[in-house]
Design a protein around this ligand. Sequence first.
Ligand code: SF4
Length: 371
Amino acid sequence: MSSLPVINSATPQASESGEQPAGSGKTHLLNQTEPELRDWLKERGHPSFRAKQVWRWLFAGRASTFDQMTDLPAKLRTDLAEAFDIFVASEAHLSKSRDGTEKILVRLADGGEVECVLLKDGIRRSICVSSQVGCAMGCVFCASGLDGVDRNLTKGEIIEQMLRLQHRLPDEERLSHIVMMGMGEPLANLPGVLGALDAARDANGLGISPRRITISTVGLPPAIDRLAQQGIPYNLAVSLHAPNDELRSQLVPVNQKIGIGPVLDAADRYFVSSGRRLTFEYVLLGGINDSEDCARELTDVLKGRTVMMNVIPYNPVEGLPYVTPSNEAISRFKQILEASGVNVMFRQRKGDEIDAACGQLRRNRGSLNKK
Ligand code: SF4
């Protein structure tokens, strides 16, 4: 983020290394890799193949304690329990909506809180996971960024959200899709996010194809380029929210330091290197970015690009002045985009009654006042 003073000014303290200790003083097992666990086992005279067994218990067996790992010798289970915590956070609140969406407010070992969501759609079991406590991007319509960013999450804290959501599923169901679109800007915490996604992709982890994993960003060009250099075909979703710099800088303040042009250029480079179709996100705010002019300008911006445009009618946040667009404005906006040949999807708002917009549950629970 060196070229982005706005982000640097709030660069979080924790976890570039992912080595943040668990609250008990033990090591967070989910911050380790399987080879690291193998080394630990060898040093203590345990066979290194046990690491694979432990990993299988964590990701396929859905174990949350070492006692549940019944095919491990008792001595090994004791040694592991003395050295490691599997989960270091707790569930401060769980909400379920009528459409099957479940949202967990996760309280971290240091008292910080983040949110993660399980969405059920047909046979899909998608999860939306947070990458930071708070967010430095300051999108004016978002509850997560209202108070800035506290810190990056560790790799283990991100994996823990995935596993907690997986544990909500019946045994016969498995997670199918991951979206890094919860609290925080994932590309401002690349080490933590990429480490967690390694475990999500791994055949011995959650085994989810990168083609079913989406990283959502406001668009930080240097970090998009670093992501492209990984050579892993994740889907990239760039949040535009406006068709021109004047409006985008009002809605997404970090845009003042970047500009739409460089964001689109970086997205184009990602498309070329990954071969993955780009997604652009556009939160439709009543009376602000939902006019016919905005729709036409947007079609100009997207012309010649292979993209999916996700338009999301705004979910109101208590205390913020923004409103859901009228049905008429939504259908006009849709018509103009479709008529120009843009692939456009108007996303249903799932989990409305449980504050499913990111940051809403944390805020409405008043947790910011508790810290
Ligand atoms: S919308 Fe996303 S990037 Fe913007 S402030 Fe909220 S969490 Fe951060």
